[in-house]
Design a protein around this ligand. Structure first.
Ligand code: BGC
Length: 460
């Protein structure tokens, strides 16, 4: 997140003019007094779905996904090279054993489109069989597979067609999704269409740190709209297929709250308002009202309708990590997105442990009136000296939300293994397992015990 405001400070400064009268009441920073909270006071329903998450590219790397946009991007950038990561494409059993050892009842994984359709229109049956076998193995072990159809990566041929920048390209994504549903719909009942459309947009079209590395606010809005529309189309198409009725289809949204470091700072407040609108409200309102609004003063102004969006979620996947505490250091070009309060415990990513934010995020997506699954939550913690505390606090926040009546049905820890953390390479250690990328061996981290204990205690 470092300094991502530098990329377009002139645009964000413009937001000052626009938002002058705005209020942030609906994005207040909540704080709990953790010293007075007993995080062991937990309660979860017996049918709660406990899982762990991975995505194919992050655990299999460019070597196993050579036809993807990310493999091309890595070659061009030369900063972080994924190699074959955990080589999970070839070490399926290792992954399944590790899920078992944690005691998790579900694995969220992504289908790598670039392996399945490396050349436009040519589907690789061996790759499809690979996923059929993997899902079969998981089911045989009592582990429910949850499949993500797009987790930041896609074939390079699709990127060359300008991917989701062009509305008409949705056709290719829908074709891929329906092909996979036809192949796996009898085995897999829970499907996530797109992982974090706003993060894909922010990183690829605003910060330019993910492919295609652009910085164009108007295009960013368009890409976000096209991704959301693509979800709606996939939802409708899959529902018409055999097993479609019974399938649970949702999208995965990352709630990232922007809070001003100085609560009275007008400029910070105004920028936070713009960011909350484009990163959170845009998606929630799209599904709630069938209206898409994306506005960055002077740079982007989109307002479109898609009434079909209102009935296009069987659940909402919520990814939650933390918030951004935005600090203004007195110069036009320097907004620091890495503010911390004195009480904060830092993670290795540029944000703190902020479990009360997960409660707030659950509340936010609950307006969609659809079941909620926490599809990602975890900590980058190389020394494994904060993981236990992180798990305890976030579990507590989750348990509180359920006790308060929010319809949360499952939780997936991110991630099973340390993996390729996109533009940050292998520097970030999210894994319940410490992964040795030379020997390809996973070692369970002591901090993972806190998660296993909860899962085992509350599993039926
Ligand atoms: C993404 C993951 C990523 C995780 C941790 C999420 O935004 O879906 O791919 O590894 O955050 O940063």
């Amino acid at each position: 997140m470092k300094n991502y405001f530098k990329i377009a400070h002139w645009g964000l400064v413009a937001s000052f003019l626009w938002a002058a009268a705005g209020s942030l009441a609906h994005y207040e920073e909540i704080r709990w007094d953790w010293a007075t909270i007993d995080t062991q006071q937990l309660s979860f329903p017996s049918n709660f779905l406990w899982g762990v998450g991975v995505s194919e590219y992050q655990i299999s790397g460019a070597k196993n996904c050579p036809d993807s946009n990310w493999a091309t991007w890595e070659k061009k950038q030369k900063t972080h090279l994924s190699g074959n990561a955990c080589d999970s494409w070839n070490k399926r059993d290792q992954m399944v054993d590790c899920v078992q050892q944690i005691g998790a009842k579900s694995l969220r994984l992504s289908l790598e489109w670039s392996i399945i359709e490396p050349v436009e229109g040519e589907f690789d049956n061996t790759a499809i069989e690979h996923y059929k076998d993997l899902c079969g193995t998981l089911l045989a072990q009592g582990i429910t597979p949850v499949l993500t159809l797009h987790h930041f990566t896609h074939p390079e041929w699709f990127e060359k067609k300008q991917a989701f920048e062009k509305r008409e390209n949705t056709f290719y994504f829908v074709r891929f999704c329906t092909t996979m549903f036809k192949a796996l719909g009898d085995k897999v009942h829970m499907w996530c269409t797109i992982n974090e459309p706003t993060v894909y947009m922010l990183q690829g079209y605003m910060r330019g740190v993910y492919p295609p590395g652009k910085c164009n606010m108007g295009l960013a809005g368009k890409v976000l709209k096209n991704l959301l529309d693509a979800h709606v189309q996939v939802y409708k198409k899959i529902k018409q297929l055999p097993h479609g009725d019974a399938a649970q289809i949702g999208i995965v949204h990352n709630v990232l709250q922007f809070h001003p470091y100085d609560k009275n700072g007008r400029l910070e407040n105004m920028i936070c308002k713009v960011m909350n609108n484009i990163m959170n409200d845009s998606v929630i309102n799209f599904f709630k009202k069938g209206k898409f609004k994306f506005r960055i003063p002077l740079l982007a102004n989109l307002a479109e309708k898609n009434i079909d969006a209102i009935d296009s979620l069987d659940f909402i996947g919520l990814n939650y990590y933390s918030h951004v505490l935005l600090q203004y250091n007195g110069t036009w070009s320097n907004f620091i997105a890495e503010g911390y309060r004195d009480c904060d415990i830092k993670t290795d990513m540029p944000y703190p442990v902020y479990a009360e934010g997960m409660y707030d995020a659950i509340e936010r997506v609950s307006v969609l009136n659809t079941p909620i699954y926490i599809t990602e939550n975890g900590i980058a913690d190389k020394n494994d000296d904060r993981r236990e505390l992180f798990i305890n606090r976030y579990m507590y926040a989750l348990s509180q939300a359920i006790a308060d009546g929010y319809d949360v049905r499952g939780y997936f820890y991110w991630s099973l293994f340390d993996n390729f953390e996109w533009d940050m390479g292998y520097t970030q250690k999210f894994g319940l397992y410490d992964f040795n990328f030379d020997t390809h061996t996973p070692t369970l981290r002591p901090g993972a015990a806190a998660f296993s204990a909860v899962v085992k205690k509350f599993s039926a």
